[in-house]
Design a protein around this ligand. Structure first.
Ligand SMILES: Cc1cc2nc3c(=O)[nH]c(=O)nc-3n(C[C@H](O)[C@H](O)[C@H](O)COP(=O)(O)OP(=O)(O)OC[C@H]3O[C@@H](n4cnc5c(N)ncnc54)[C@H](O)[C@@H]3O)c2cc1C
Length: 253
């Protein structure tokens, strides 16, 4: 088991709001590339006094150019996520320590895979989806995102394109606060209707504590084996957002 981790210097190459509460960061290595596996996370040091290192999941499968992408949700009065949203600029230098986490694909497994992500919990399961379609094209994969409204549907175009290119990948976007959406409701309650029995499936879940807990319970009730359900909890629940808040007022620009 790995007991020491290295630190990798990066420069912020791009920053953009991708939902009312999430900012996407693209970081380019300035030295050695961070070695990692899809599903893992890093500790981000934004090199700002008062903004401690925080864990963020890597949102893409490893790339040959070493660039990494993070999806950072603004947490209420959160010093680090607040700095990422309000202070960090293109060209700033940051460090990543890691990789950490065991929510990775197990070698030698076959059979269908269910990936569940809420909000920025999409990051690790989206990376897993990329790896599955490129390395295990025979495994059926369902990637189910949970968000509030269509404005919160992170990476939607990218995932729709990926599922059009790979027959094995089914992408579902479930919205909790948009009654007119094709899929409206809470993922844990809808899981049986969305995917049916889960006997023999591998299940990966990431997001807030409540989402992870409820999805895990639903997956087990639908027949998934406990050892086949892997989770990553981000701890904090998303920011309570006033009705009518927009991208600009969300401070994510
Ligand atoms: C393995 C892992 C992966 C993660 N990946 C991502 C990711 O990809 N994207 C992302 O946006 N976030 C991710 N997080 C959350 C992230 O690490 C920070 O917790 C978040 O950005 C808040 O940091 P902050 O310094 O802004 O605020 P903090 O001061 O840490 O927190 C602000 C508020 O959030 C709540 N909170 C934060 N941490 C906890 C906790 N441990 N327990 C209970 N409540 C808490 C509290 O209400 C607190 O007042 C991940 C967390 C873990 C553990």
């Amino acid at each position: 088991m790995q007991t020491t981790w290295d630190t990798y210097d990066h420069r912020v190459e791009a920053l953009r709001p991708v939902s009312p509460v999430v900012r996407e960061l693209v970081l380019a290595p300035t030295g050695e590339h961070l070695p990692y596996r899809s599903g893992q996370y890093v500790m981000l040091d934004v090199r700002r006094p008062g903004a401690p290192e925080r864990a963020y999941s890597l949102a893409d499968a490893p790339r040959p150019d070493g660039r990494v992408r993070l999806l950072v949700t603004r947490y209420p009065a959160g010093p680090t996520s607040g700095w990422v949203h309000d202070g960090l600029r293109v060209g700033d230098e940051v460090s990543l320590t890691g990789p950490f986490g065991t929510m990775t694909l197990s070698p030698g497994r076959e059979g269908p895979v269910l990936l569940l992500g809420a909000g920025s919990g999409l990051a690790p399961v989206g990376a897993l989806a990329q790896t599955l379609v490129s390395e295990q094209p025979d495994r059926p994969v369902v990637l189910c995102f949970s968000g509030r409204t269509s404005a919160d549907a992170l990476d939607r175009d990218r995932l729709e394109r990926l599922s059009r290119r790979h027959w094995q990948l089914r992408y579902l976007c479930v919205l909790t606060r948009e009654p007119a959406a094709p899929l409206h409701g809470r993922v844990p309650a809808m899981l049986g209707d969305l995917v049916g029995r889960l006997t023999g499936w591998e299940v990966y879940v990431a997001g807030s504590e409540g989402f992870v807990r409820d999805c895990r319970a639903s997956a087990l009730a639908l027949g998934a084996a406990p050892a086949m359900v892997r989770t990553e909890e981000f701890f904090a629940d998303p920011v309570p957002r006033p009705a009518g808040e927009t991208l600009a007022s969300g401070g994510a620009a």
